[in-house]
Ligand binder design. Structure first.
Ligand SMILES: Cc1ncc(COP(=O)(O)O)c(C=O)c1O
Length: 440
């Protein structure tokens, strides 16, 4: 399998060259560079809702700071929040969950890498969706495990079948990541699809294999759909780690509160100890705010407003993208991204030929969709993310962009107009490549 090494200066340990990153954070300086030249960039790269933290949650956080909740607290998460998470997650999934199985983290991101540290010995295998949230793949080599990407097919609505998963499961499999609704595709698995996946896992995977069900977008579903979790399927709760958080549902990425519910209290205790080793605890005032967020009826009203806006923008953006010759865009069923296939544009603009003609050391760091992404940003003022930002292994010949709709409708309309212009700008693209800057 191809292995992408990140350059690390010799003074660092070898493993540092094996840790990848999240491009959503990397693109910021490039955007500032374009803006410094006096051009306005439309930011369709953003992975966070463009809504403020709802007032009732903000008020609770302020109240808790005034009440002195500013000290160390339980490294596993404050008991009242863990009780609220156990009760609400259990009720929504028809499960009985005790608070001793819940661990609170600074966001839903830390348990991704912690899970690999906790469950994988060298050589153990980790199955994860590709395209998928980049941190699943990013950590695997770093912990000396083996990445096993499960390539999601556009034709299947970016879900997958049990038959596609089955050949990837081996005696060395330790973790299987699932993420519905999905970043970056907006794909959602139906109950029947989850049952099919669960059937294969129950039949083929050893009992100690953990399914890591990343459900951070559970509240952001379109067309009236209801969230389905694989943990609700008979036999799966005993193997599934259910992960959630406040970043997406309550537009609170800066709150840094996420959680995981483990199959056993023993596993939760191990992750509690990882928390102790890394950062001791999550700020208590934010945890009290999170408790209000997940329990208050006001939250459901705020979520509904946000989801309605995302759904409207999704319809506009997907419709406009599908009208561009060379782009096809599925209608996402959740989250706040669209993930158009841009193969036709790459072909027509000469992006693939330009990529093929690049020197090998540049080619290994870029891809056709990266070249188009950077052309869009530097020459047409639209920030997006390329296919490679969502898993690198085995992505040759796959040409997609992620466009976030967490930006105003007006800006999104301008963005798709600019994308349509870029898709015809053959001469501009030729000059961009000839200029030789910003190719990766
Ligand atoms: C699929 C997925 N999981 C986890 C996270 C991490 O979220 P946070 O750490 O902000 O809770 C994100 C953020 O973009 C995500 O898209």
């Amino acid at each position: 399998m191809a292995h992408v090494a990140i350059a690390a200066p010799p003074r660092f340990a070898r493993r540092m060259a094996l840790l990848d990153s999240e491009n959503a954070f990397k693109i910021g300086p490039w955007i500032r560079e374009v803006e410094a030249s006096g051009r306005r960039v439309i930011k369709c790269n953003i992975g966070e809702p463009d809504f403020p933290l709802p007032e009732h949650i903000a008020a609770e956080v302020k109240k808790q700071i005034d009440a002195g909740q500013t000290h160390y607290c339980d490294p596993q998460g404050i008991e009242p929040l863990r009780e609220a998470i156990a009760r609400t997650t259990g009720e929504a999934r028809g499960l009985s969950i005790t608070p001793d199985r819940v661990v609170v983290f600074p966001g839903a991101k830390p348990p991704i890498g912690f899970a690999q540290q906790a469950y994988c010995d060298p050589g153990d295998e980790v199955i994860y969706p590709s395209p998928g949230f980049p941190i699943y793949e990013s950590f695997i080599r770093y912990v000396d495990a083996v990445p096993v990407p499960l390539h999601l097919r556009e034709e299947a609505g970016f879900a997958f079948t049990g038959a596609e998963l089955e050949p990837l499961i081996s005696a060395r499999t330790k973790l299987i990541y699932l993420n519905f609704p999905s970043n970056p595709t907006g794909g959602v698995a139906s109950r029947a699809q989850l049952e099919d996946i669960a059937e294969v896992i129950l039949r083929e995977a050893p009992d100690d294999v953990r399914v890591y069900s990343d459900e951070v977008y559970e509240a952001i579903l379109f067309d009236g759909a209801k969230h389905e979790s694989i943990a609700s399927i008979d036999g799966m709760a005993e193997r599934t780690i259910i992960v959630g958080g406040v970043s997406k549902s309550y537009a609170w990425t800066g709150g840094r509160v996420g959680w995981a519910i483990f199959p056993t209290a023993e596993e939760a205790a191990l992750f509690r100890n990882l928390n102790i080793n890394y950062y001791s605890c999550v700020p208590a005032y934010n945890q009290w705010g999170a408790k209000v967020a997940i329990e208050s009826r006001q939250s459901a009203f705020e979520i509904a407003k946000m989801v309605a806006a995302f759904e409207r923008r999704r319809d506009v953006v997907a419709g406009a993208l599908n009208a561009i010759d060379g782009i096809s865009c599925q209608l996402p069923r959740g989250a706040f991204y669209v993930f158009p296939n841009i193969a036709g544009v790459c072909e027509r603009l000469g992006v693939i030929d330009a990529y093929d003609a690049l020197p090998q050391q540049i080619r290994s760091r870029t891809s056709p969709s990266t070249l188009f992404q950077l052309f869009l940003l530097f020459e047409h003022g639209v920030a997006t993310l390329d296919r490679k930002s969502f898993g690198r292994i085995g992505t040759e010949g796959k040409h997609f962009l992620r466009i976030s709709v967490a930006t105003s409708l007006e800006d999104l309309e301008t963005a798709v107009l600019r994308i349509a212009m870029a898709a015809e700008d053959r001469e501009g693209f030729r000059q961009f490549i000839a200029g030789g800057r910003h190719l990766y």
